[in-house]
Design a protein around this ligand. Structure first.
Ligand code: MG
Length: 384
């Protein structure tokens, strides 16, 4: 019997690569649900190819248009909660929605006792305390679709939890590695979107250029694996071949190596607890030659420290930071603020944060909304 899969965020970078993974092993998977926010034509084309039972569309106003384009027998659901409403339709739910909007899918999949292949790190980072509560639902399980956390997940299979000394997350360093703060003052949107090793969507590519992505990933690792912030280290590794490492109590370090290709962690999460039967490329040891490692430059990339501090503060701080970052990155992509202002905006936004506990999903949404409002004001002041 094939594994049933729901691909939510199916028209984005991770979603389309997930469909490549599924096409490569068609007997193994059956796509029963697809979901996207607004890319109606692309979503309809995917539905015509894969014949899911249901397609979910975030944009309510285009539901009729979509319904006219999907095959007979495919149901269309639409609205703000549409994607989350189909998260229980499959054994494996891939949450590949971008940003905080993915929270509802994460909560719905886990409280429904599903295996969640989680590419939407923001839901775990912002909603950490709330997500942890539903994670204990029988059958619920998170398999990370983030190359570093997929690597950690693999390395952790080599020992017991009490034998873990340290998690070491690798960072490519992004397109601006090695530049001084002065040189960074004039970088453009196009410069920030030119990632040296990974093919990803625009939001995460900008996050990689500021190292915010790595900071968010430290919080993600803490939430996923329950390891304290003092025992999570970040190291810059420009080749993006070592995807992360685990150091055990006896001093042995295990690393996971593969090509920088998101289809590997996607395939790992979909096939878990087995492995994908076919690789997407393999390392060529004859040409690989060298693997470099260096400490991150905190002066040039202050976002890394801002994120780790928010993680340590806990409660609503990661949610506040995550929302502020989404606003700041959008403003940079809209060319309203320069690249260096992203960290400055976040610094200012965090100073306006009044810490609180997160008891429920509504509280997370409220913190997210307040942070956005406050950060938008900061951006407006700067852009004026
Ligand atoms: Mg990553």
């Amino acid at each position: 019997m094939p594994t049933t899969v729901a691909v939510l965020g199916s028209t984005g970078s991770i979603g389309t690569q997930a469909l490549e993974v599924i096409r490569a092993d068609p007997e193994r998977y059956e796509v029963v649900a697809l979901g996207a926010w607004s890319s109606v034509e692309q979503l309809a084309a995917q539905a015509r190819e894969l014949h899911p039972r249901v397609v979910a569309l975030g944009a309510d106003d285009r539901a009729a248009e979509l319904a006219a384009m999907v095959p007979a027998g495919t149901e269309v659901v639409a609205g703000d909660d549409a994607l989350a409403s189909v998260a229980n339709s499959a054994e494996v739910v891939l949450n590949a929605v971008v940003g905080f909007a993915g929270l509802g899918i994460t909560l719905a999949a886990l409280s429904g006792g599903r295996r969640l292949a989680l590419a939407n790190k923001e839901s775990l980072i912002a909603g950490g305390p709330v997500v942890q509560r539903v994670r204990g639902t029988p059958g619920a399980e998170i398999i990370p679709v983030d190359s570093e956390h997929c690597a950690l997940h693999q390395c952790l299979r080599a020992g017991n939890r009490h034998e873990v000394a340290k998690l070491v997350l690798t960072a490519s360093g992004g397109p601006f590695r090695g530049r001084s703060p002065a040189e960074l003052a004039s970088v453009s949107v196009d410069d920030a979107l030119a990632h040296p090793t990974w093919r990803m969507g625009p939001k995460i590519t900008v996050d990689s250029s500021t190292l915010m992505n790595k900071g968010l990933e430290v919080i993600e690792a803490h939430e996923l694996f329950g390891v304290g912030y003092d025992r999570i280290e970040v190291v810059v590794h420009p080749q993006s071949v070592v995807h992360s490492m685990v150091e055990f109590t006896d001093g042995a370090t295990l690393a996971q190596l593969s090509l920088p290709d998101m289809r590997l962690p996607i395939a790992y999460a979909l096939a878990w607890p087995e492995r994908a039967r076919r690789p997407f490329g393999a390392l060529d040891w004859a040409t690989l030659r060298r693997l470099d490692f260096e400490a991150p430059d905190h002066a040039a990339f202050p976002c890394l420290r801002l994120a780790v501090e928010a993680g340590r503060a806990g409660g609503s701080a990661p949610a506040w930071l995550n929302a502020a970052n989404e606003v700041a990155v959008a403003a940079f992509l809209d060319r309203l603020i320069p690249w260096t202002a992203v960290a400055e905006v976040l610094n200012e936004a965090l100073s306006e944060h009044d810490g609180s506990e997160l008891e429920c999903a509504e509280a997370v949404v409220d913190v997210d909304r307040r942070s956005r409002r406050s950060t938008e004001k900061i951006v407006k002041r700067r852009a004026a």
